[in-house]
Design a protein around this ligand. Structure first.
Ligand SMILES: C[S@@+](CC[C@H](N)C(=O)[O-])C[C@H]1O[C@@H](n2cnc3c(N)ncnc32)[C@H](O)[C@@H]1O
Length: 220
């Protein structure tokens, strides 16, 4: 077993986190016990953050005690792993606008108290500014919308700490189906850079997610 990033392990060539709710596997993930500690395999085919790690992203700024604003948390698959990594001193403010996903998220939150679910439209940060009661270390965005880049930048301006990180997934088919996948990703990255971010690294997520890019950027 090797620690790849803080709280993220390589166990027999599989990415894994230490299960913060031992005995539970809400997404039917594989559990592995080593030296009495239970780890959850984190499938890169089901999570873009795990895919970015599998593709060799050079930094992963989520660690113990981290405060995250997560836009597009859905039913909480990826967020459940972030919850393991950040531990009881961290917080995930999870924004989701689909009632169906939100209801599924609530069952995850009952065993992971560091996730605060927020039913809201990420396009309107003014609607949830009273629920996100602090500046965050990381804004994580996975909303698969044509204006996802603008939504990400708007939320960073409101909630991200100086020198905080943006972790951002680009679903190119939501942005422009007429141009090449890589060009779409590069043009969205350019918008992020122009908004005052240093681009630390980016990866295409194939073969785990086709037509998706993942960007790690830091507020200058
Ligand atoms: C690709 S899924 C997210 C998967 C999730 N991040 C994971 O890895 O477990 C995109 C989610 O974003 C949500 N979404 C899309 N646009 C949104 C918006 N404007 N505000 C809030 N949620 C949004 C969708 O309802 C959907 O659940």
């Amino acid at each position: 077993m090797k620690e790849i990033f803080q709280g993220i392990y390589n166990i027999n060539q599989k990415i894994a986190t230490l299960n913060s709710a031992p005995g539970t596997k809400p997404f039917n993930e594989i559990l592995v016990t080593i030296d009495g500690k239970e780890y959850r395999q984190w499938d890169p085919n089901r999570s873009k953050a795990s895919a970015a790690i599998a593709k060799g992203i050079k930094q992963f700024p989520i660690g113990e005690g981290c405060v995250i604003l997560y836009l597009g948390i859905a039913h909480g698959f990826t967020a459940s792993y972030f919850s393991d990594i950040i531990g009881p001193n961290g917080v995930i403010y999870g924004v989701e606008f689909s009632d169906r996903c939100f209801n599924e998220l609530l069952s995850i939150v009952s065993s992971r108290r560091n996730i605060i679910p927020i039913l809201a439209d990420a396009r309107k940060p003014e609607d949830f500014v009273e629920k996100v009661i602090e500046k965050v270390d990381v804004v994580y965005v996975d909303i698969a919308q044509p204006d996802a880049t603008e939504v990400a930048i708007r939320n960073c301006k409101k909630f991200l700490k100086p020198r905080g990180y943006l972790m951002f997934t680009i679903k190119t088919q939501s942005v422009d189906v007429t141009q090449s996948v890589k060009l779409t990703v590069k043009l969205e990255i350019e918008k992020i850079a122009q908004a005052g971010f240093e681009i630390i690294d980016w990866k295409m997520l194939d073969p785990f997610e086709e037509c998706h890019g993942f960007v790690l950027a830091r507020l200058k």
